[in-house]
Design a protein around this ligand. Structure first.
Ligand code: PMP
Length: 406
């Protein structure tokens, strides 16, 4: 299908909304994306016609819900080219997935003195769970640095790895700098020493093709709501050989085989990691969002968003009053910047009043701000439904903001 921006925008009802009587311009896609009609419709349909608990009932509605939930698992597996759908665990999102892995992997494989390697540009979700694990186990967190352009110093990985290293966990696309990290190279370096690698694909799954078999990553996470799906749902992908060997994270219904007061045996993978009533409507909604992405074509989306990013970078630079943080050559459509002499919070408030939704602050990446010795940035993160006209309006308002606030 060709890239029809008008049709795409029509698919997202919220884009027609006004805020403060101004046409909404939504540039906060790194935080969460808007939802297209097919996703909204399937969620509504489930709540109004088909709601029922999965894996438990013997009745029509439960059968239907179970089938659709398991089809959603197949859709996710196909989308990331997992070898088997049982390698997909549904979670509450990227944060839930990383916490699950840090607990489960940590319980089994991490001991005192061991090391976990992450990068300096991680989202807090890929820092804090590992820090908590390191505190529990008296292990050590090591950091791959980035330079002032926002480029990861991948060459330092070989020297950071020791015989104590148990896992490397890396953000694919930085939610703050926009940097696209060379994860295939990182995985190859780690695998040479037989060290497994987890990829945080929260910001990449909706922008570029992610093939877990081609990458050969051991684990991968993403969230539904950042890929045009609902909130409260995401996945942890794990190679079967790992998932079979990891202990469950939470106990409860559905994750068990036989329960007695003396002992419990667990269900098979992936169910042993899905305790309790899962967010099955979320999973079905997320699968619909992936189908929507496929209907547009990830390659088309990526190409369009890259064009928007280059255009926005040029236009922001042309204002002459903006500093951009993150200038890596391989970059996604995420732009962090500050207007000279204007505090980010004041700028954010002004943008808001003019109808533009941006994010201001540290973007859950305080270590990135510490690198640049700044409090935070304004972040405009663009998606397939944004336009050059919206970017022009942003740049015009930057001059207005500067005139009023500096
Ligand atoms: N990793 C990255 C790179 C992110 O951008 C985010 C969300 N901003 C997360 C992890 C956490 O995602 P969630 O809040 O959906 O769990």
């Amino acid at each position: 299908m060709s890239f029809d921006i008008d049709k795409i925008r029509n698919d997202f009802p919220v884009l027609g909304e006004k805020v403060y009587n101004k046409q909404l311009i939504y540039f906060d896609n790194g935080a969460t994306t808007q939802k297209p009609s097919p996703v909204i419709e399937i969620i509504n349909k489930y709540h109004s016609k088909l709601n029922s608990s999965i894996h438990r009932g013997v009745h029509f509605l439960s059968d239907q819900a179970t089938n659709d939930y398991e089809d959603a698992r197949k859709k996710v597996a196909e989308f990331i080219n997992a070898e088997k759908s049982s390698e997909i665990i549904f979670t509450s999102g990227s944060t839930g997935s990383i916490n699950m892995l840090a607990f489960s992997f940590g319980e089994k494989f991490v001991s005192e003195g061991d090391e976990i390697i992450i990068t300096e540009m991680e989202h807090h979700a890929n820092i804090v769970p590992w820090q908590m694990l390191c505190e529990r186990k008296k292990a050590k967190l090591k950091i791959i640095p980035f330079n002032d352009e926002g480029i990861l110093q991948t060459e330092s990985l070989s020297t950071l790895i020791t015989e104590k290293t148990k896992l490397v966990s890396v953000i694919h696309i930085s939610n703050t700098l926009g940097t696209i990290n060379p994860i295939k190279n990182i995985i190859e370096i780690a695998h040479r020493q037989s060290i497994p690698v987890m990829i945080d694909a929260a910001q990449s799954i909706q922008h570029l093709s992610v093939d877990v078999q081609e990458l050969d990553c051991d684990f991968l996470v993403f969230s539904g709501h950042k890929a045009y799906g609902p909130t409260g749902i995401g996945i942890l992908y794990g190679k079967e050989k790992w998932l079979e060997n990891l202990p469950p994270y939470q106990g409860g219904g559905d994750m068990v085989d036989i329960v007695t007061f003396e002992n419990t045996t667990y269900n098979e993978v992936p169910f042993k990691f899905e305790a309790g009533t899962t967010n099955y409507i979320g999973a079905i909604g997320m699968a619909e969002a992936l189908r929507y992405i496929e209907s547009i074509g990830l390659e088309n989306i990526g190409k369009y968003e890259t064009e928007l990013m280059h255009y926005a970078t040029k236009k922001l630079k042309e204002t002459g009053i903006v500093t951009i943080y993150g200038n890596a050559p391989e970059k996604a459509s995420i732009l962090s910047f500050l207007i000279d002499g204007v505090h980010m919070a004041d700028a954010g408030m002004m943008f808001d009043k003019l109808g533009i939704a941006v994010r201001v602050g540290t973007h859950c990446a305080q270590t990135v701000m510490q690198h640049f010795n700044i409090d935070g940035t304004v972040r405009a993160s663009m998606s397939m439904y944004n336009t050059k006209e919206e970017i022009d309006y942003l740049c015009q308002t930057i001059h207005q903001v500067k005139a009023m606030l500096s």
